[in-house]
Design a protein around this ligand. Structure first.
Ligand code: JFZ
Length: 439
């Protein structure tokens, strides 16, 4: 028996580790690594109460009462074309749309759940509308899909956070739930054209809290089956999973929630950044992901540019979130900030798109990105008269100037010390110094 078990587990792990990304998947990863900026959209009936997307859990609403939301989700101001052009004008290269969050509402015409957009007064397939516009306007589309479900009785919800109050019965039946997810994912990857990736979330519902030694899941999610299906239906489709752990076999990118790779500012992610997979960090413009009436803590344009620059300097994309209003209208506060990002990127985009991580981590004064023979020094705080590096990875600096207007910048470059003089007025959000370098 022991031998059989050893062989069986060897077989299982071999299967999971055998994933070879297809050529189209590798191409997609490369595209993604260069994209740097995307729009996250947290929106659905959970937006109606104006208390964020966790409202069902937070207000301990029963499944029965929560379901009433579908009778008055009628987003008359939703305009898919406007959403997509807003993202494009912000300089974003992709959109990650909530298709089904923890509340289990499906934003598309699905055969596998009645709790879906076709059974609202709106009666139009929102995923389809967004997908069509993305394809038309040439921006990539990713789907957020929750592994956790607060409504379904077949989801093993012992640790589900609404467990006691939801009115759900039963202990779950993962085989049935897994089949449900496969059916839905098949719809999403069959009826909506080419999809850039699937953004899974909810794994953490079934794991012990961060910091505990054993972080293994209480259920076997059978990711090899889910991931295998996705890669079979659309081989280029990248899989990411917000499990806050080192990437599992079969995953194509690694995400950090409210965190830059390697930092652990939010206390959510402790995993180190993969040096193989593309990286992404997601953040909100205000505090909440989903529409929250009391949330007024909007980040400034400078803070948002900072986030994008820092993420780029660590080799990661920034997936920046909006939580539109129940009507589908996007708050002017979000619209204005996205427009400003677009203005900034029109000018400074060359120091962000298609760049690699800098040769140093973010510093108190700012960050570094690089591509080809150029190093971009982003001075986000120019209090200091100069910035210095003791290990500069290039032999020569042939030119140094401000990206803004080509004003020459003084520098010293000798063995063991490279110093760039940056004692200029800090009028810009980000003073970008370009160093043209040679090996
Ligand atoms: C998850 C979602 O719960 C949240 O609503 C949002 O969609 C965000 C992007 O992703 O956030 C998390 C993830 C993990 C934990 C909590 C919230 N966790 O580990 O407790």
């Amino acid at each position: 028996l022991l031998i059989a078990i050893v062989f069986l587990s060897l077989g299982l792990s071999a299967k999971a580790q055998n994933y070879e990304p297809s050529a189209s998947n590798l191409k997609q990863r490369e595209w993604f690594s260069n994209a740097r900026f995307g729009l996250f959209i947290h929106w659905g009936p959970f937006s109606i109460p104006g208390s964020g997307e966790w409202v069902m859990n937070d207000r301990k609403l029963t499944v029965h009462n929560y379901t009433n939301l579908k009778d008055f989700f009628n987003p008359i101001d939703f305009d898919a074309a406007a959403y997509v052009s807003m993202a494009k004008n912000a300089g974003m290269k992709y959109i990650t749309l909530i298709t089904r969050h923890h509340d289990g509402f499906s934003m598309w015409d699905t055969k596998y759940s009645d709790f879906n957009i076709m059974n609202t007064p709106y009666k139009k397939d929102i995923v389809k509308m967004v997908a069509d516009e993305c394809h038309k306007q040439g921006i990539q589309l990713y789907f957020y899909y929750s592994l956790l479900d607060w409504r379904r009785e077949d989801f093993p919800h012992e640790t589900g956070r609404t467990g006691q109050n939801s009115g759900r019965k039963g202990k779950g039946d993962y085989a049935s739930y897994l089949q449900f997810m496969k059916n839905q994912l098949t719809e999403l990857l069959t009826n909506y054209g080419e999809i850039g990736g699937i953004w899974f979330d909810g794994h953490w519902d079934q794991t012990a809290p961060e910091g505990e030694a054993d972080r293994s899941s209480r259920i076997d999610w059978k990711y090899d089956e889910i991931y295998g299906l996705i890669h079979k239906l659309q081989p280029q489709c990248m899989i990411g999973n917000n499990h806050h752990l080192t990437p599992f076999a079969g995953e194509d990118f690694q995400m950090f929630e409210r965190d830059l790779p390697g930092e652990n500012a939010s206390g959510l992610s402790f995993q180190t950044a993969s040096d193989k997979l593309p990286l992404e960090t997601c953040e909100t413009i205000s505090k909440s992901w989903g529409y929250n009436l009391s949330d007024t803590s909007y980040k400034t344009n400078k803070q948002l540019v900072n986030m994008l620059v820092k993420a780029s300097s660590l080799g990661a994309n920034l997936l920046l979130n909006i939580g539109p209003m129940p009507s589908g209208k996007v708050q002017p506060e979000f619209q204005n900030r996205l427009a400003s990002m677009g203005e900034w990127l029109k000018f400074y985009g060359e120091s962000i798109y298609n760049t690699k991580a800098g040769f140093v981590k973010p510093q108190p004064w700012g960050s570094v990105t690089q591509k080809d023979n150029k190093v971009y020094i982003h001075i986000l705080d120019s209090k200091n008269a100069s910035v210095a590096f003791d290990k500069f990875p290039y032999k020569k600096i042939t030119k140094a100037y401000l990206l803004k207007d080509k004003t020459p910048i003084k520098f010293i470059h000798k063995k063991g010390l490279t110093e760039v003089y940056t004692g200029f007025a800090n009028e810009e959000i980000d003073n970008v110094v370009v160093l043209e370098v040679a090996k």
